[in-house]
Each structure stands twice: as structure tokens, then as C-alpha cells.
Design a protein around this ligand. Structure first.
Ligand code: PLP
Length: 406
């Protein structure tokens, strides 16, 4: 299929509405993305005709649903190019996946005096679970700094990676700076010292194809709702050999083999890490979204987003008194900015009344704001269903906001 933006927008019913009698301009995709009709229809169909608990029933509906859930796992495997479905664990989202690794890996491998390495541009979801681990284990959290363009200072890695480092957890793309990190370089350097790397793909997967074997990352996480799927679902990819070594982090149904009061043995991968009734409808909804994306093709999506990104930078760059934070050479279509002498919250409220949905605040990256000595930014985050007209509306809206408030 070619890239037909008009047709693509028609696939997303929510985009067709008006707010405050203005056409909705939805530019808060970094927070959550909208769902194509095929995802909405899939969820409705599952709820109406197929709902049944998976893996345990021998009756028709349960077998059908189990089949579809496991097919969804295969879809995610193919999407990430993982070697096996045993490496694909369904979770509640990126946060759930990171907490799972921080707990399970931490229990097994982190000891007092060890170090965990993250970066200065992480989302709180990739900071706090590691901080909690470090507190539990008397380990130390270390941080890779970034420069004022929002690029990691890779030269600091030689010192930061050392014999005490147990794991590196790094965002693939920043939700507040837009930076795509040179993750392959970080992975290569970490692996020279046999240190595993977790990549937070929450802001990457919706913009470009990810190949975990090519990246050679040890863990990869993302959320379904940020890639046009339902909320409350997500993925943890882990290399099979490593997952085999890790203990389960939650106990309950489905993750067990045999249970007695004396001893419990655990299920095989990936079920060992899927305790309780999983969000099977969420997982299948996610796979519907991935199928939809594949039908458009990430090559076409990438080319379109690059053009849209360049256009947005040009339009925002031409506005007097607007300063963009994050100017990395490799970027996703996420733009953080401030308006001179105008509070971000005030600007966000006025833009909202024009029908423009942007996010204001720290975007769960307070250390990024601290780096620049600011209390927050306005963030416009675009995906492939946005268009140049919306960027024009944003630019005009910002100019009117400046005229009104300065
Ligand atoms: N990591 C990054 C880079 C994010 O942008 C987000 C959400 O904004 C998360 C993790 C957490 O995602 P979720 O809240 O879906 O678990």
C-alpha cells in the first residue's frame, strides 16, 4: 500500500471530530496514540464473540482465544524479529516490563556495591524501578549525561562502564527531547564487558522498525497504547538464555508447573513471567495494530515522518521567541519548546481552546528539565497520521498565543 494520508486519517475515527467547534489537532502522541478502526473492531469482536480465559479451558471459546493470544505473540515476535516466541512476554506496558526486569534481574544478579547505569534523559519509568532496586540491594545508580543538544555524552561511557556495572537501561528514543540514541554503540561497549542492556522502546516502536537481533539488546520493552494498540498491555522481550536464568517476579496462576504447600515448580518461557489472567484482549488488540502498521510499511511511515519532522522544525524555528529543547542529529517527531516569558501551562490552555492538544510540563523526565534549569516544556509529538496542515495550525496557534500573552 502507498502512503495515502487522507485514507490513513480516515482509519482513525477519533481524529475526525471537533473540540470547542474546532477540528481536533491531536499532537499528544508521545503520551498516547489513537487507535485505528481495525483495533477498535478487533476488541469489540473479541468482547462480543470470543471472550474466554486463555490456556486453562478445553472448551471452544477458550481454545479459540488461546490460539489468538499465541498468534499475537508470534506477531510481536515477527515485529521485533526476536528469535523465538519464548522471548516475548506480555505485560501491562513499558513500565510493567521495566519493573519486571529491575526486580527479577536485580534479585538474581545485583549485589551490594554493584552499579546500574541509566541516562540523564530517561523517563521516570526507567529511573525509579532501578532506584528502588539500588535501595533494596545497596547498589549505586550511575547516569550517562547528555549535552545541550540532547545527545548522550558517549565519551563518558568508558569511565561509567566498569567491573561493578551489572546492567545498562537506556531509552531508545527520548520522549522529551526527541533524541534517538546511538544504542548500538552503547550495546557494543557494554557487551565488551559482558554487561546486558535493556532498551526502553516506548517512544521508538511507533516511528520505525526495530530488530532486536540486529541491535543485539538483551531486553526491549514497549507499551501497546503508544503504538496504536489498547492501553494496559505491553511487551517485554528478553534473550532466551537470560530469561531462563531469571526468577519469576510475580507468583500466581499460569506461571506454575506443579504447586504443593511444600514446593512449587515454574512453567516454561514465556509463561513463567505471565502470572495471573493476562490481558489477552489487549495483546490481541496490539497485534491488530502491528498488522495494520505492517500493511502500510515502516519504510513509508519513516519517509513521511521525516518530511513532517523537517517541516515542523522549519515552522517552529521561524517563530520569534520560541526555543526548542533537543536538537539531536537523529530524532523522532517529538518537539519540546518554550515561549519566551510565557508559562507553558498558560500556552497549553490557550492552544487547547483552539482545538490543539499538546502536552505541557515535565513529561515524566524531571532530570531533563533540571539539566536545562526549566520547569517544563510544551511538547508537540507527531505520528504518521498527522499532517502539514496540523503543523500550520499549531504554528499559527503559537503565534496567536504569543500575541495574546506577551
Ligand atoms: N518510557 C518512555 C520513554 C515513555 O515515554 C513512557 C511514557 O510516556 C514510558 C516509558 C512509560 O510508558 P507506560 O506509562 O505506557 O508504561
Amino acid at each position: 500500500m502507498g502512503f495515502d494520508i487522507k485514507k490513513i486519517r480516515d482509519d482513525f475515527p477519533i481524529l475526525l471530530q471537533q473540540v470547542y467547534n474546532k477540528p481536533l489537532v491531536y499532537l499528544d502522541n508521545g503520551a498516547t496514540t489513537q487507535k485505528p478502526r481495525v483495533v477498535i473492531d478487533t476488541i469489540r469482536e473479541l468482547q462480543e464473540k470470543q471472550n474466554s480465559s486463555i490456556h486453562r479451558g478445553i472448551h471452544y471459546l477458550s481454545e479459540q482465544m488461546t490460539g489468538r493470544y499465541e498468534a499475537a505473540r508470534e506477531t510481536v515476535r515477527a515485529f521485533l524479529n526476536a528469535a523465538s516466541t519464548r522471548e516475548i512476554i506480555f505485560t501491562s506496558g513499558a513500565t510493567g516490563s521495566i519493573n519486571a526486569v529491575a526486580f527479577s534481574f536485580g534479585e538474581k544478579f545485583v549485589r551490594p556495591g554493584d552499579e546500574v547505569l541509566i541516562s540523564e534523559m530517561e523517563h521516570h519509568s526507567n529511573i525509579v524501578p532501578w532506584q528502588m532496586l539500588c535501595e533494596r540491594k545497596a547498589a549505586t545508580l550511575k547516569v550517562i549525561p547528555f549535552n545541550d543538544r540532547g545527545e548522550l555524552k558517549l565519551e563518558s561511557l568508558d569511565e561509567l562502564l566498569n567491573d561493578k556495572t551489572r546492567i545498562v537501561a537506556l531509552t531508545h528514543a527520548s520522549n522529551s527531547l526527541g533524541t534517538i540514541n546511538p544504542v548500538k554503540e552503547v550495546i557494543r561497549k557494554a557487551h565488551e564487558r559482558n554487561i546486558p542492556v535493556l532498551l526502553d522502546g516506548a517512544q521508538m516502536v511507533q516511528h520505525g522498525a526495530v530488530d532486536v537481533q540486529e541491535l543485539d539488546c538483551d531486553f526491549y520493552v514497549f507499551s501497546s497504547h503508544k503504538i496504536f494498540g489498547p492501553t494496559g498491555s505491553g511487551v517485554l522481550y528478553g534473550k532466551e538464555a537470560l530469561l531462563e536464568e531469571l526468577p519469576p517476579y510475580q507468583g500466581g496462576g499460569d506461571m506454575v508447573d506443579q504447586v504443593s504447600f511444600e514446593q512449587t515448580t515454574y512453567n516454561t518461557l514465556p509463561f513463567k513471567f505471565e502470572a495471573g489472567t493476562s490481558n489477552y484482549i489487549g495483546a490481541i488488540g496490539l497485534s491488530a495494530s502491528l498488522d495494520y502498521l505492517q500493511s502500510i510499511g515502516f519504510k513509508a511511515i519513516g519517509a513521511y515522518e521525516k518530511e513532517l519532522s523537517d517541516y515542523t522544525l522549519e515552522k517552529l524555528g521561524a517563530i520569534q521567541g520560541l526555543k526548542i529543547y533537543g536538537d539531536a542529529a537523529e530524532r523522532i517527531s517529538v518537539f519540546s519548546f518554550r515561549l519566551e516569558n510565557i508559562h507553558t501551562y498558560d500556552a497549553g490552555m490557550i492552544l487547547d481552546k483552539m482545538g490543539i492538544a499538546v502536552r505541557t510540563g515535565t513529561h515524566c523526565t524531571q532530570p531533563v528539565m533540571d539539566h536545562f534549569g526549566i520547569d517544563g516544556t510544551i511538547r508537540a509529538s507527531l505520528v504518521f497520521y498527522n499532517n502539514k496542515e496540523e503543523v500550520d495550525t499549531l504554528a499559527e496557534g503559537i503565534k496567536r498565543t504569543i500575541a495574546m500573552l506577551s
